[in-house]
Write a protein that binds this ligand. Structure first.
Ligand code: AMP
Length: 146
């Protein structure tokens, strides 16, 4: 059985790093660096999702706007067409969404409100844990542990 988003959130917690759309990209870069993460959910109230801003967007703005980049607002650089998932989404579905959409972060919504975020690292870890468990079970089975 595939792991679900709610299992991932139970383990890593539901804290999500957010930023308001009127903040600057300088503040966004500080927040990403401080927390050693790759994306911020853009939200004015910390609960509703208005967009997503990843390190890739900062690099894109830097290439386009150069030295003026830090003063730009988050709203000018964020993506508003955000793909989200729910607590029951499986790791297989997440892997497909991330591969097809070419992004590494998916905010988790419950009843339209932000309850977590899953990164590609979380998906890979969950898959490795599943495979390790399955391997252990198979070894126990073939060596008569069952
Ligand atoms: P990432 O690979 O997550 O750093 O993001 C790559 C690009 O996809 C950036 O332009 C992000 O703003 C965008 N992006 C990241 N996550 C999502 C998402 N869940 N839905 C839509 N766009 C996203």
């Amino acid at each position: 059985m595939g792991a679900t988003v709610s299992m991932i959130i139970d383990r890593k917690g539901s804290s999500v790093a957010t930023i308001a759309p009127d903040e600057t990209l300088a503040t966004a870069a500080e927040r990403l660096a401080e927390r050693r993460i790759g994306a911020l959910v853009v939200s004015s109230d910390g609960r509703s999702v208005e967009g997503i801003l990843s390190e890739r967007d900062l690099v894109g703005q830097l290439a386009a706007a150069g030295a003026g980049t830090p003063e730009l607002t988050v709203a000018e650089a964020m993506n508003t067409d955000v793909v989200t998932c729910g607590p029951a989404t499986t790791t297989d579905e997440l892997a497909r969404m991330m591969t097809e959409g070419r992004f590494r972060h998916v905010p988790v919504l419950d009843d339209g409100l932000l309850i977590g975020i899953v990164s590609i690292g979380d998906v890979v870890k969950a898959r490795i844990d599943e495979l390790t468990l399955e391997t252990g079970q198979l070894q126990a089975y073939v060596t008569g542990g069952y």
